[in-house]
Design a protein around this ligand. Structure first.
Ligand SMILES: NC(=O)c1ccc[n+]([C@@H]2O[C@H](COP(=O)([O-])OP(=O)(O)OC[C@H]3O[C@@H](n4cnc5c(N)ncnc54)[C@H](O)[C@@H]3O)[C@@H](O)[C@H]2O)c1
Length: 469
């Protein structure tokens, strides 16, 4: 659905009025176009203590062909970058900023205790005003729960406060995210940085991601523009909305897509499958025999590589007014069904080793929502399913992760009453709703064969919504 306020705020007359009234000014967000460079601009690098990811970062910038500059408190970057064959230089100096940059990347892995947090202050104080619109801020740290010293765990945990505050302060469509990288997982960060530093992460802000040792093999794609080449991906609820966008991104990334939806949606489903050169599978996933039918379908195709559990329903009523069957229906389709399907596909070997399971939760499952007890139970349960099954599926070389969308522009949200819809659109750091493709791009990151170190993550695609923050 068209966001009239966004268009008005970016018209010459509207911009003046909005400035005068001090109203939120959403900027049209940059979105990824197939084949474009990952980073369109220069990256400013900073770090504190003895940063431990500089070599991994130099390898990454070499791989994506990005230009980098060193903040004056990180002069060692120049030598590391030169060693990797990158041209680089110093940025600003003597308290004066340098050129405008597209991204800020701060390696905080070397911070050993809170007395060293000044390094964060100097870098972001100097650079905050020098980031171009729709720029990116990425902070890299060590997972606090894996730090041996309590003081190190404390300062690493404090990074969350910085990332979340920067997400609110930066404005102009700039996001800020934190990635905790386990020791020994330094070589696994490429897929995550490609996602976060590119327009693919347009509506992802103030999130905390974890990259660990690979589950199964870490396979760098031969062609990063086609990371899913040769992969078979099942997307449920693919006839429209977010599911259609997920199927499109999977196909763009090279996958053969199996588009699933209920038989009543057959027409839309066929159209999506045809457009993407995929196949259509009309099936109600809530039916008792659905898991076995999926096992049979997967085996007939030699096994699947990725399952995206996107299909979901709402049946909103306050709990006092809700009929039992509406509770059961929502919990079954949104949660119990997914548990059954995962167990069936994994135990039958129909989801291959190195496979990916990606689930769609919701910010309702994190914050709760009036009139959505059944839905919130199902979506919070999805997070529980990710957390509890990640170690079990890891033994099969399979990752499981979830996205929790906020306000996304779909038929579902177009049906929401005007005042609530406007509140949902504006009450986030981007002052606008997300697009289905924003959810799809996050799923593309999880689905990549290079994301073996990414499991048991739940990230919100919500523009840093105030709801459930
Ligand atoms: N739109 C948002 O703002 C938003 C926010 C948070 C979470 N989500 C979640 O994102 C997912 C997609 O949402 P959407 O807005 O595109 O919804 P949508 O209603 O447009 O699409 C959902 C699709 O799932 C299919 N589906 C429903 N039950 C099914 C079943 N039993 N078997 C097979 N297919 C079934 C539907 O036919 C439909 O095509 C859902 O899980 C939803 O809960 C959406």
């Amino acid at each position: 659905m068209k966001d009239g306020y966004l268009d008005f705020a970016n018209s010459p007359m509207g911009a003046k009025l909005i400035n005068a009234l001090g109203l939120p000014k959403p900027l049209p967000l940059e979105r990824y176009k197939a084949g474009q460079p990952v980073i369109q601009g220069t990256v400013l690098i900073g770090g504190g203590g003895e940063p431990q990811l500089l070599e991994a970062l130099s390898a990454f910038f070499k791989s994506v062909g990005a230009q980098s500059l060193a903040h004056e408190k990180l002069p060692q970057w120049v030598a590391v970058a030169n060693k990797a064959g990158l041209t680089t230089g110093r940025w600003g100096g003597n308290g004066k900023p340098g050129e405008k940059v597209k991204c800020l990347v701060f390696d905080a892995t070397g911070l050993e205790d809170s007395t060293q947090s000044d390094a964060l202050y100097w870098f972001f104080h100097d650079a905050a005003r020098s980031v171009l619109p729709c720029g990116r801020v990425v902070i890299l740290g060590r997972p606090p729960e894996e730090c041996k010293s309590p003081r190190k765990a404390t300062v690493q945990r404090s990074l969350e406060g910085l990332a979340r505050s920067l997400g609110k302060e930066m404005k102009k469509g700039i996001n800020a995210n934190l990635v905790y990288v386990s020791e020994g997982a330094e070589g696994n960060i490429e897929s995550t940085l490609r996602f976060l530093l590119s327009p693919k992460s347009a509506y992802v802000s103030a999130q905390v991601m974890r990259v660990g040792k690979p589950v199964g093999d870490l396979v760098a794609p031969k062609d990063w523009n086609l990371p899913l080449a040769g992969k078979k991906v099942l997307v449920t609820g693919a006839s429209r909305g977010i599911g259609e966008a997920i199927a499109e991104v999977m196909a763009r990334d090279g996958a053969q897509v199996i588009c699933l939806d209920v038989p009543q949606a057959q027409e839309g489903l066929n159209a999506v499958a045809k457009k993407l050169g995929g196949t259509a599978l009309a099936l109600d996933i809530g039916a008792a025999d659905a898991p076995q039918k999926l096992v049979d379908a997967a085996k007939a195709q030699g096994g699947w590589d990725v399952i995206v559990h996107n299909a979901g329903i709402t049946r909103d009523k306050t709990i006092a007014n809700m009929k039992e069957h509406l509770w059961q229906l929502v919990v079954n389709v949104n949660l119990s069904t997914q548990e059954r399907i995962n167990e069936a596909l994994v135990s039958a070997g129909a989801l291959k080793a190195g496979g990916r399971i990606v689930c769609v939760s919701s910010i309702s499952g994190i914050a709760g929502n009036m009139g959505q007890t059944n839905y919130a139970v199902s979506k919070a349960g999805v997070i529980g399913m990710v957390n509890s099954s990640a170690p079990i599926f890891a033994e099969h070389g399979i990752t499981i992760n979830a996205v929790a969308p906020g306000f996304i522009e779909t038929q579902m949200t177009a049906a929401v009453p005007f005042a609530i819809r406007e509140a949902g659109r504006r009450m986030n750091s981007m002052s606008q709703g997300g697009q289905p493709v924003d959810v799809a791009e996050a799923i593309g990151w999880y689905a990549s064969p290079a994301s073996s170190g990414v499991t048991n993550n739940v990230i919100r695609v919500c523009g840093q919504s105030l709801i459930g923050a």
